[in-house]
Design a protein around this ligand. Structure first.
Ligand SMILES: Cc1cc2nc3c(=O)[nH]c(=O)nc-3n(C[C@H](O)[C@H](O)[C@H](O)COP(=O)(O)O)c2cc1C
Length: 277
């Protein structure tokens, strides 16, 4: 069987889960292509017998770049696929966003996998969350899930795999699904501060131009943001010269209002005894 895995990943958590799954598929004799969203074309999703699509969770949903990619696909009638995501403790509808958009293209989604990923976000209230995740146990779960998926699809079994995360196949109606619904890109631009480039530190290396997932940064001659910022802060957290900053006073309060330990325990998937930090 030919497997194609397309993943969006900014800090490497989702990429490492994708690599782990690809390893399983290859070990069991299935030719597997692993493609970053940066390089993926709609044709990549068309070829192959099984498609896997992965993403980090942003604002309790799938981020705009991966959603836009899935929306751009042609009809993939009856193709079988699975979805996967990494998140903190408030994943909301991230898996179901991927499932829904694939189903809109006629895809038969057979399951979804979700695991934790260390959060690199500049809002002070979010610093240091889920350290060292995904860990060995998370990778082992990813391997078991990939094994279950490939066996299921090779055997031509109908329906979904038992190992699937429930939120992949059924839309949720919880607090974080509501947060996801209101957290449109324009709402986020209103609530959270814009990354501010500092020309004094910038050496015009173009790292941010290449890394910005919405192609929203141009050098004129220093980084300038357009109006498509999704507040992922990739430019700010990853710039090799640390040439971006943001004013977090109100934005930190806004982030804390929705993403605090109490809410994530009550309404997210933080289990009893598990800690965010
Ligand atoms: C801008 C941003 C927003 C995020 N929002 C959420 C969220 O709403 N809920 C959640 O559980 N995790 C959230 N996270 C955590 C990421 O989903 C998690 O760290 C993920 O593993 C990152 O994946 P990557 O390393 O593949 O980019 C957010 C991270 C970032 C950077």
């Amino acid at each position: 069987m030919d497997v194609t895995l397309i993943y969006f990943s900014q800090t490497g958590n989702t990429r490492r889960i994708a690599e782990t799954m690809a390893e399983v598929f290859r070990e069991t004799g299935h030719a597997t292509q692993l493609i970053s969203l940066k390089k993926a074309t709609p044709q990549d999703a068309v070829t192959g017998d099984l498609l896997g699509v992965g993403t980090p969770c942003f604002s309790s949903q799938a981020p705009t770049p991966i959603k836009a990619f899935l929306q751009s696909l042609p009809s993939l009638d009856k193709k079988r696929a699975f979805v996967f995501a990494t998140s903190g403790a408030a994943p909301g509808r991230v898996l179901h966003d991927l499932t829904r958009l694939l189903q809109d293209k006629g895809v038969d989604v057979v399951g979804g996998f979700l695991t934790r990923g260390e959060l690199h976000h500049p809002a002070p209230c979010l610093h240091g969350r889920m350290p060292d995740r995904p860990n060995a146990a998370d990778f082992a779960r990813a391997r078991r899930f990939a094994t279950a998926i490939i066996e299921h699809v090779c055997a031509g079994r109908p329906g979904s795999v038992a190992e699937s995360h429930p939120s992949a196949l059924k839309p949720g109606k919880g607090f974080y699904d509501l947060v996801a619904a209101i957290s449109t890109d324009s709402f986020l631009r209103l609530m959270l501060p814009a990354p501010k480039p500092d020309p004094a530190r910038c050496n015009q290396c173009e790292w941010c131009v290449y890394e910005c997932p919405t192609h929203n940064i141009t050098l004129q001659p220093y980084p300038t943001l357009g109006d498509k910022c999704i507040r992922c802060y990739r430019c700010l957290t990853g710039c090799p010269q640390q040439a971006f900053d943001a004013n977090w006073s109100f934005g930190n309060l806004a982030a804390w209002a929705f993403y605090n330990t109490t809410f994530e325990r009550w309404f997210g998937d933080l289990s009893p005894g598990e800690r965010i930090y």
